[in-house]
Design a protein around this ligand. Structure first.
Ligand SMILES: [Zn+2]
Length: 333
């Protein structure tokens, strides 16, 4: 018999999936104080055969070390292993984020605050690896701050053979992001690739090992490809990494795709009307009220849209300013 049990852990939902002959847990769960007790209670002593982490973020893979200490192997795409082992985000990546702030065209006071934000992230990242539970953040989404005890996953995705379950590498949210797919039932375990009621925006991030001017993963074009791939599967039901499972998966995918298209159109309209713009100037034109308060979120969104336009040959950059590509402006006139 095949079935799914959802386990709610703080802001995350993880799933115990019973397939013919195997019990698989999708995502390790986040490591806040008391999460292990909640898990033990939900599983009632029956351990899964395998845990699959959809990606290496700490709220999806934070209990990896805990599972493996119990003899349950954790599988994760190898491109996200540096996040699990604690090698990433690296000092170079934080330095690249600081250079990004310098080059994005933000005014001095905004840049100063954004650089303080990078510093805070560097500190949180180190503290999470240190293994102490910190007080919960301002949003109080978890009972305590999250830990991320470093571990080396036992398997890459290609070695995680489970009959009836397919693991699809859909990079974008992270370099090694994956979803799990049960074709016989039409079940999609989407991690952070598809969430109910909101469009996840990939953050500014490196792709592992790459430094220099090309340090950044072009997340959004890949993320969009991932959504198209899911659309092709036509899932009957989606089990997301946050929130409740939902049906009408194609409608949710289409809403995400439509939002990305709208943003791309608006950005292109502004570049056409106003001429070359820095990332920050474009962010200010698109989100005048929010960009100062939510610098990293807004700038990541706008950079993603620019990456998408660039991938489609509609916008080009000289490294500082972005403008409409010749071909795209000729097509318009
Ligand atoms: Zn994530």
């Amino acid at each position: 018999m095949r079935d799914v049990t959802a386990v709610s852990l703080g802001d995350n939902t993880i799933y115990l999936v019973t397939l013919d002959g195997a019990r698989v847990l999708i995502d390790t769960g986040p490591d806040f104080r008391g999460a292990d007790a909640l898990l033990e209670e939900a599983l009632r002593g029956r351990l899964p055969d395998l845990v699959i982490a959809t990606h290496g973020h700490l709220d999806h893979a934070g209990l990896g070390a805990w599972w493996q200490a119990r003899g349950v192997p954790v599988a994760m795409h190898r491109l996200d292993w540096p996040l699990a082992t604690g090698k990433e985000p690296s000092g170079e990546e934080f330095a690249a984020l600081e250079r990004f702030v310098q080059d994005c065209g933000a005014p001095a006071d905004v840049a100063l605050e954004a650089r303080a934000g990078v510093e805070a992230r560097r500190r949180w990242s180190a503290e999470a690896r240190g293994g102490d539970y910190r007080p919960a953040g301002r949003d109080r989404r978890w009972p305590t701050g999250l830990r991320y005890v470093p571990f080396t996953p036992a398997k890459g995705l290609e070695d995680a053979m489970v009959p009836g379950l397919e693991l699809l590498h859909l990079p974008g949210h992270t370099p090694g992001n994956a979803v799990a797919w049960v074709p016989s039932e039409g079940w999609l375990f989407s991690g952070d690739q598809l969430l109910p009621g909101l469009t996840p925006t990939p953050a500014l991030q490196g792709h592992h090992g790459a430094g220099g001017p090309d340090w950044r993963l072009r997340s959004l074009p890949l993320f969009i490809d991932g959504l198209q791939r899911i659309r092709g599967l036509a899932p009957a039901r989606c089990f997301p990494g946050h929130g409740e499972p939902f049906g009408d998966v194609t409608a949710a995918v289409d809403a995400n795709l439509a939002q990305a298209e709208q943003r791309a159109e608006r950005a292109l309209d502004i570049l056409r009307a106003a001429g070359p713009r820095t990332v920050y100037e474009l962010a200010e034109a698109l989100y005048p009220r929010a960009v100062r308060r939510r610098f990293w979120q807004i700038v990541a969104t706008v950079q993603g849209v620019l990456d998408l336009l660039e991938a489609r040959g509609q916008a080009v950059s000289d490294g500082v300013r972005w403008e409409v590509a010749q071909a795209a402006s000729a097509a318009r006139s």
